[in-house]
Design a protein around this ligand. Structure first.
Ligand code: FES
Ligand SMILES: [Fe+2]
Length: 433
């Protein structure tokens, strides 16, 4: 249970709020590049950390991200003409450049100085991994751009999915921090029989079903935090271990098994009441099975809006017939199952009314950690993930390993199993003297 004040501190993302200032200290995704693919094409509305912005790519190909409303009389620049060097407002023809500076005020008399010092908010952008990234914090505190391992993969090895979620970002993020819920929410009665997860990162969900009471370990890292969840298996000498890496400000690597595609997720607040989840499926080794990823997660969405039809009003198309025969939730697709419970809590979960248990250990750890980081930020201390020497090449593990081994070694066991199966496939053997 949290106090109302602490719940506000870890959910409110506006520029004047502590968490809003914390999130603005990082490079974050603003849009998919497909939204502004065409030079000189239509600008797009971008809601980000409570700010209303517009993203565009001018006819010369240069991307920009500026405040949505014209500084003259506040017409939306989403309607504007997209011209070389900036957007021109439809109403009276003012032109605003990539830097937010007003460049022209054609309806004003010649020699007018009205626009000379007029500037709207504008943020630097980077293009990488199919995303338009931005940094919204103070210029002098801009961190190094994090080199995530998937940013430079070719299109066949990278699938970037964006999905709208109708609630505060923290409800989504806390779902990923919660190792116990898959045994219930994501239980699929048909899984063992015939469902092919086709390398979409979900064979491991079957492995979780052996134990609905995982032992949870949490620790702070230079990036933010790490979670290890250990489950009993039918063999008392073996455990099933899943690790999760959290990278500030709101990124996670979900555990996947040997040779499965990997998954990076971002919980991007639009404002206090809505967010976009970015599911980044990637596989450095082989091309992805895109239809399998879409089908298993149920998260295929398209611009504009990147919404599915599922809402609280239509109960996420829950089917009580399915609950008897197919799955625990009656909702299809793992991503929709998560959204159903998280959106059902309301726009901002009232955490003063919760009753947390042992299975909520990672959620509790995160809340305490982020509250402490907000205090440290205000004390001028370095923030997680900001050390420029850090390597952002994380990988998490979903793996069976000896019950007496250290869960921190989960990735070593996973990579060892991958090496062994690759050797079996190629028939490779060690050289004989
Ligand atoms: S409102 Fe934009 S130019 Fe007048
Ligand atoms: Fe989930």
């Amino acid at each position: 249970m949290l106090t109302k004040e602490d719940n506000d501190r870890i959910t409110q993302v506006g520029a004047g709020k502590p968490l809003g200032r914390f999130f603005r200290r990082y490079w974050i995704p603003a849009a998919k590049l497909e939204e502004i693919a065409e030079p000189g094409g239509a600008p797009v509305r971008v809601g980000l950390l409570g700010e209303k912005l517009v993203a565009f790519r001018d006819p010369s190909g240069r991307a920009g991200l500026i405040h949505e409303f014209c500084p003259h009389r506040r017409a939306s620049l989403v309607y504007g003409r997209n011209e070389e060097g900036g957007l021109r407002c439809l109403y009276h023809g003012w032109k605003i450049g990539h830097s937010g500076q007003v460049l022209e005020t054609p309806a004003e008399p010649a020699g007018s100085k009205l626009a000379k010092n007029l500037c709207v908010s504008a943020y630097p952008v980077r293009e990488a991994g199919g995303l338009l990234w931005t940094y919204m914090g103070p210029k002098e505190l801009e961190p190094k751009f994090p080199e995530y391992p998937w940013l430079n993969l070719p299109p066949e090895k990278l699938l970037v999915v964006k999905m709208y979620q109708d609630c505060n970002y923290l409800q989504g993020l806390e779902g990923d921090l919660d190792p116990a819920h898959p045994n219930y929410l994501h239980r699929d009665f048909t899984l063992e029989k015939d469902k092919s997860w086709a390398g979409a990162g979900w064979q491991s969900i079957a492995d979780m079903m052996s134990d609905g009471v995982p032992t949870i370990h949490c620790e702070e890292t230079p990036y933010l935090m790490r979670v290890g969840a250990i489950r009993k298996t039918a063999d008392p000498k073996m455990s099933y271990v899943r690790t999760t890496e959290w990278v500030a400000p709101f990124y996670t690597y979900i555990a996947t098994g040997p040779h499965e595609s990997r998954l990076f997720k971002a919980w991007l607040p639009i404002d206090d009441y809505g967010c976009y989840t970015f599911y980044i499926h990637f596989n450095p080794e082989t091309p992805l099975n895109v239809p399998a990823s879409y089908a298993n997660w149920g998260h295929e969405t398209h611009a504009p809006g990147y919404r599915t039809k599922h809402t609280v009003t239509n109960m996420h198309f829950q089917d009580r017939g399915l609950m008897a025969t197919a799955n625990f939730s009656g909702v299809e697709g793992a991503a929709i199952q998560d959204r159903a419970v998280q959106e059902s809590m309301g726009p901002i979960c009232d955490r003063t009314q919760e009753h947390l248990g042992t299975s909520d250990k990672a959620v509790i750890f995160y809340r305490r950690l982020i509250l402490r980081k907000l205090i440290e930020m205000d004390a001028g201390k370095p923030l997680p993930g900001h050390d420029p020497s850090l390597d952002f090449n994380h990988r998490t593990a979903s793996v069976f390993m000896p019950a007496d081994a250290d869960w921190h070694d989960a990735l070593k066991f996973l990579e060892e199993q991958e090496r062994e199966s690759a050797q079996q496939k190629t028939g490779a053997t060690a050289p004989v003297d």
